[in-house]
Design a binder for this molecule. Structure first.
Ligand code: ADP
Length: 487
């Protein structure tokens, strides 16, 4: 890897300000998903190391929480500045271990850094209230205080931004953190650790523990009374395990889980814009984001025109190595992800769906995890593509006739993360936006993620919000003081 700063490439975990190997010297291999090339053997930690990290974070909390908001903000700003300064190196590490096109990786690094900047600014605005007392001698004041040690478990699809999105508000609030990145993409996390150390966070404030034994790490984090908050982004299956495990210590929990996003195109939409939005929201990261549109619903009078234009646009998406200029769809993360996509496409076609493009692995010399961008039409609600989160570059296009029908279809899922629709009638825009049972609604846009807005879901997509003025609340406790005897 041709890095300007070679020291960003780390293979040890970062605990209490020290880069450590696993005590038993175990390592785990990190590979490039594009060609399977071996990238690194990273120290593979376990329960002992994560316990050490929790202890370190707990000790450091006593120091960090007493820093003034301005002092915390200054270190966070420095971290942000370093991430921007070394964005190209961070993006190269990200693409190499994760596969997404370099331009997208650079976008992720800047997006991730924007959370650090935003929460550095918000650190100074953790305001309380004064409340008129319930008696003439009473005065009431609220303050907000950091919850304490935060455990963050993050996924491979955004190896950098899912960390900063949790860690920046936690640190700004005065919490300390123990991060367990995905074992598939630990290098981006460790590179952020190098820059955090350089930014000047005291030892123990940020800890990064890499492990191939995620269940053991998760259990230890959940069982520890020192960990006061768990923030998780990943599958609904694992989110449920962590929520159950957090019950015994009555931990605060935020969960950002799976989605099954509808993307609705009404007959008065600008079809060309809707096609662009549907491309952006479906194929980013090869379809491997929790806000990717999963089910496209197009009104019957424009269905054929939309499918034709969309299929043409999908066929233009070039697929290959994320490091090649011009690639817009990189490899999927691992073999079982490709097999899952193959299974949902086979299910759909066996039940009568028509393949408009793709529908198979790309036959590249050295890229077996490349799956061709795929459009399916004549799909119906009995198919897996309606019910399951596809998490791959496959777009099923459903036909609907009325607003009422499409709202019912869109809401017919246990998930409630992102949703999208295109149309112009302003009354319908309000009706539909209010009727969609989702935490986020993109209206005439396929891109909704930004540090300034509250990202999060409802139903089995989880709870808690990341980003925006609301994002800090997840890391704060409200304390109220009742002052009596004011005569
Ligand atoms: P995905 O399907 O996106 O890989 P996962 O939920 O499997 O989602 O993984 C997200 C994160 O959760 C990763 O860091 C992974 O190591 C971790 N993880 C997986 N299983 C568990 C578990 N039982 N307890 C705690 N963390 C887990």
């Amino acid at each position: 890897m041709d890095l300007k700063r070679t020291d960003l490439f780390r293979t040890k975990s970062y605990i209490n300000g020290t880069w450590i190997e696993a005590k038993n010297k175990n390592t785990l291999a990190v590979n490039n998903p594009y060609n399977g090339a071996h990238l690194a053997d990273v120290s593979d930690c376990g329960v002992n190391e994560v316990t050490e990290a929790i202890d370190a974070a707990s000790d450091a909390f006593e120091i960090w929480k007493k820093y003034s908001a301005g002092k915390r903000a200054k270190i966070l700003k420095k971290w942000h500045q370093l991430q921007m300064q070394h964005a190209e190196d961070l993006a190269l590490i990200l693409t190499t271990e994760q596969g997404k096109p370099l331009a997208e990786a650079l976008g992720e690094i800047k997006y991730g850094a924007s959370f650090v900047e935003w929460f550095a600014e918000e650190a100074r605005r953790i305001y309380g209230d004064t409340i008129p007392g319930h008696a003439s001698s009473i005065r009431i004041v609220t303050i907000k205080q950091p919850v304490g040690v935060v455990a963050a478990i993050t996924p491979w699809n955004f190896p950098s931004a899912m960390i900063t999105r949790k860690v920046a508000p936690a640190l700004a609030a005065g919490c300390t953190v123990v991060i367990k990145p995905s074992e598939l993409t630990p290098l981006s996390a460790l590179a952020l650790g190098v820059l955090a150390e350089e930014a000047g966070f005291p030892p123990g404030v940020i800890n990064i523990v890499v492990s191939s034994d995620a269940p053991a790490i998760g259990e230890t984090m959940c069982a520890s009374p020192k960990v006061r908050k768990l923030s998780f982004t990943g599958s609904t299956r694992v989110g449920k395990i962590l929520l159950k495990q957090s019950a015994d210590t009555v931990k605060k929990v935020s969960l950002e889980l799976g989605g099954n996003a509808p993307f609705i195109v009404f007959d008065d939409a600008d079809i060309d814009e809707a096609v662009k939005g549907a491309i952006a929201s479906k194929f980013r990261n090869a379809g491997q984001t929790c806000v990717c549109s999963n089910r496209l619903f197009v009104q019957d009078s424009i269905y054929d025109e939309f499918v034709q234009k969309y299929t043409e646009a999908v066929k233009q998406q070039s697929i290959g190595s994320g490091l090649d200029a011009g690639t817009v769809i990189g490899p999927m993360i691992e073999e079982k992800a490709v097999q899952f996509v193959e299974s949902v496409v086979a299910d759909a076609t066996s039940k009568g769906a028509k393949l408009m493009s793709g529908g198979r692995r790309h036959e590249a010399k050295d890229g077996t995890l490349l799956y061709e961008p795929t459009v399916l039409c004549d799909v119906n609600t009995d198919m897996d593509v309606f019910k399951k989160e596809i998490f791959g570059p496959v777009a099923p296009v459903f036909k609907f006739s009325t607003e009422e029908e499409v709202i019912a279809l869109a809401n017919n899922t246990e998930y409630g993360l992102a949703s999208y629709f295109y149309g112009r009638d302003y009354a319908r825009i309000w009706r539909v936006a209010e009727a969609l049972e989702y935490g986020m609604v993109g209206i005439n846009t396929g891109m909704i993620s930004t540090a300034v807005a509250p990202f999060g879901g409802i139903k089995q997509s989880g709870f808690g919000r990341e980003g925006s003025k609301y994002g800090m609340d997840d890391y704060l406790e409200i304390k109220y003081m009742c002052w009596g005897g004011v005569k």
